[in-house]
Design a binder for this molecule. Structure first.
Ligand SMILES: NC(=O)C1=CN([C@@H]2O[C@H](COP(=O)(O)OP(=O)(O)OC[C@H]3O[C@@H](n4cnc5c(N)ncnc54)[C@H](OP(=O)(O)O)[C@@H]3O)[C@@H](O)[C@H]2O)C=CC1
Ligand SMILES: CC(C)(CO)C(=O)C(=O)O
Length: 290
């Protein structure tokens, strides 16, 4: 039996936990802040349900084989107590988050050989604790190497593709390019379809152009047409899709602004690259939330 714990079974964590729990060889525990009875996920394959063990406190938990961290970047502090209980000598911790700084908060606490950053493109929206709409099957990309092959095995019976990549830096910045544009949705509180508005699309392109410049300075291999690719992706998506930054603002939660736009400004400053568009959306969304 493979023991798996998912910390933060929200939109992404809940979707993964539900899929992983479909395999009777997996013993799945979800570590929650807000408890629920069971997971109900509307997937592209049809509805699935799962009843993993629901832990509301780290007390009584013991080390598992795999821990998936799926809390937001602003909830890192609350994640640590779970790790203390769940991580043993042989535990691998996979960090499923947006941004380009996946493992930084956990380094020093988890051995580098057992810490795996993961870029996730699984659009999912949570309507209530345990109730999720998964809009696309999507993919997870992790660096090729230690743990990657074993991690891929966990997903073989799911429609989610687990891909091993040689250049994780490039993949993380490519995903950041998509996510930094999503600040426009959070600003105007309108879902993906707003990208059909040429004015909004041009603001998105400005955010992505800065991301491309900074990402290249950080060693990512990013193409010149990435801003247009991002807009094409938004326009091809279901116009009602709500990204997770937009969902946070709409729900009055904190936002992952620093991880998704602030990081472009911070890393841009290190390289002497101007990032006025990203600085502006950080300032406006911070002001809107204050
Ligand atoms: N949603 C999406 O489509 C995608 C999101 N991502 C990224 O994935 C990550 C997760 O996002 P997403 O799933 O949308 O986030 P959600 O807000 O839907 O889920 C986060 C979950 O973490 C829980 N949580 C917070 N603190 C704790 C804690 N101390 N202990 C246990 N659980 C806790 C929350 O609990 P509570 O129920 O109380 O709020 C919530 O269930 C983010 O980095 C996001 O950017 C990446 C790709 C797609
Ligand atoms: C844009 C999207 C849905 C892509 O997976 C995402 O990463 C998010 O909502 O945070």
């Amino acid at each position: 039996m493979t023991r798996i714990a998912v910390i933060g079974p929200g939109a992404v964590g809940g979707t993964l936990a539900a899929w992983l729990a479909q395999n009777p060889g997996h013993d799945v525990t979800v570590c929650v802040r807000t408890p629920f009875e069971r997971l109900e996920v509307e997937t592209p394959e049809g509805p699935i349900t799962a009843s993993p063990r629901v832990a509301t406190s780290p007390e009584g938990l013991s080390p598992v084989d795999w821990v998936f961290v799926a809390t937001k970047t602003y909830d890192t502090q609350g994640t640590m107590a779970w790790l203390d209980a769940l991580v043993g000598f042989d535990t691998t911790v996979v960090v499923l988050r947006n941004g380009v700084e996946h493992t930084a908060p956990f380094e020093g606490r988890i051995a580098q050989t057992h810490l795996v950053p993961a870029v996730v493109d699984i659009p999912a929206e949570r309507s209530a604790p345990g109730k999720i709409l998964q809009r696309r099957n999507g993919w997870i990309k992790v660096p090729a190497g230690y743990a990657g092959g074993a991690l891929a095995m966990l997903f073989v019976e799911t429609p989610i593709q687990l891909q091993l990549v040689d250049d994780f830096t490039t993949e993380a910045w490519k995903k950041l390019a998509l996510n930094c544009a999503g600040a426009v949705n959070a600003l105007v509180l309108k879902p993906a379809g707003i990208a059909h508005d040429e004015g909004a699309a041009e603001v998105m392109r400005s955010l992505v152009r800065e991301c491309v410049a900074v990402g290249r300075a950080e060693g990512a291999d990013l193409s010149d047409d990435l801003p247009d690719q991002v807009i094409a992706g938004y326009r091809a998506a279901d116009p009602g899709s709500v990204n997770s930054l937009h969902a946070d603002r709409a729900a009055g939660r904190p936002m992952e602004l620093d991880a998704r736009n602030g990081v472009i400004v911070r890393r841009g400053a290190v390289h002497g690259i101007a990032t006025p568009a990203n600085a502006m959306v950080v300032a406006l969304l911070s002001a809107a939330a204050s």
